[in-house]
Design a protein. Structure first.
Ligand code: 3PG
Length: 397
């Protein structure tokens, strides 16, 4: 696909799709990474004298105006991130008033449009809504990798209506994912955790054919232990997926992918802060207890394995890291991966809201080689799916 470098931008109205779906609590942005990460694109466009018109969604208002889901607060957040520079805000994202506002912009001015999802046409990928958006710009730039798994008007249709290019963040995200899984330095390991196998079946299916080592952790691991005839007590477990889990293990064996499952686990009778936790062998879980984390030996086994790997892709925690002491295994492995990264022996790429929170909790988020801004899109990319937003850019080129 094309990039900003391929477009003639001076004096042009650049319609830029960004992902400003940031966490907000009590009227405050609690994590502005998605805003900070698009600054390189904004700076480049400013330097070239484009009129920067930013389009974004927030939450899931389902085609109606929900005042709590306005992007007005985010305009302020962007202005702060730009060191107080003026970011104008339009109370709608289409229509003649918006067009008039854009008509008054000087080169390098920045305007953020109101939540695209206040219009049903956005998520419906409605051609008419896309045409309304297209009227507001001369060129289209997609810098929202984290929304590229959605075939929406601003992520898909628009790329077919205006000269289209990828923004800097979109480029960076794809380059790093390609480095991690497309053409990785081997051996490559994937660590997949999280609660349920059912939500990550396609992911596991794709990974066994691509990686050399697959670490399965979190609640998902229980389903695999159970499938091997191991009692998991009161643990979260998808009994009906036993056949599927066995099929994944067989496929991994056939493809030479080494699977790492917990050999010991931390159990308790309840998921509560400071609960009495006991470490037991994975095949000795008491019937009245539940598995809430991987054990220390497992954490050490994973760490040892990582020492002989060159690439690690991480999605999902190893245990219930939000509740201490069930954060221990995730912390140990995250800290080991961070250390290997700093030493230069391991390339580490992580993504997904939970994963990033776990790495922040472990104190190592800044030490990883690359942290994706994407959740769902990161997962779908790892599943081997075509992302409509990326495909539209490729088609446009
Ligand atoms: C995200 O937060 O992952 C993206 O902004 C996509 O949001 P969505 O799941 O509401 O489409």
């Amino acid at each position: 696909f094309k990039t900003i470098d391929d477009l003639e931008l001076t004096g042009k109205r650049a319609l830029v799709r960004v992902d400003f779906n940031v966490p907000i609590r009590d009227g405050k942005i609690t994590d502005n990474s998605r805003i900070v990460r698009v600054l390189p694109t904004i700076q480049d466009l400013k330097a070239q004298g484009a009129k920067i018109v930013l389009m974004a969604h927030f939450g899931r208002p389902k085609g109606t105006v929900v005042p709590d889901m306005s992007l007005a607060l985010v305009a302020k957040g962007l202005s702060d991130a730009l060191g107080g520079e003026i970011v104008a805000f339009a109370v709608n994202c289409i229509g003649s008033d918006v067009a008039t506002l854009i008509g008054k912009m000087d080169n390098s001015d920045i305007l953020l449009l109101e939540n695209l999802r206040f219009h049903a046409g956005e998520e419906a990928n409605d051609p008419q809504f896309a045409t309304e958006l297209a009227k507001l710009g001369d060129v289209y730039i997609n810098d929202a990798f984290s929304a590229a798994h959605r075939a929406h008007a601003s992520t898909e249709a628009l790329a077919r209506l205006l000269p289209a290019a990828a923004g800097r963040l979109m480029q960076t995200e794809l380059e790093h994912l390609e480095q991690a899984l497309g053409q990785p330095k081997r051996p490559v390991a994937a660590l997949v955790g999280g609660a349920k196998v059912s939500t990550k079946l396609e992911l596991l299916g794709n990974l066994v054919g691509k990686v050399d080592v697959l670490v399965i952790g979190g609640g998902m691991a229980n389903t695999f232990l159970n499938a091997q005839g191991i009692e998991v007590g009161r643990s979260l477990c998808e009994v009906d997926l036993a056949d599927t889990a066995r099929a994944i293990l067989e496929e991994a064996a056939a493809k030479g992918c080494k699977i790492l499952l917990p050999s010991d686990v931390v159990v308790a009778s309840d998921l509560a802060p400071g609960a009495t936790a006991l470490t037991v062998a994975a095949n000795a879980v008491p019937a009245d207890q539940m598995i809430l984390d991987a054990g220390v030996n497992t954490a050490l086994e994973i760490s040892k394995e990582l020492k002989s790997c060159k690439t690690l892709v991480w999605n999902g925690p190893l245990g219930c890291f939000e509740t201490e002491p069930f954060d221990a295994a995730t912390n140990v492995v995250a800290q080991c991966a961070a250390k290997l990264t700093k030493e230069g022996s391991l390339l580490t790429v992580a993504g997904g809201g939970d994963t990033v929170s776990a790495l922040i909790h472990a104190g190592v988020v800044d030490d990883f080689s690359y942290i994706s801004t994407a959740g769902g899109a990161f997962l779908e990319w790892l599943e081997g799916k075509t992302l409509p937003g990326v495909k539209a850019l490729e088609d446009a080129a």
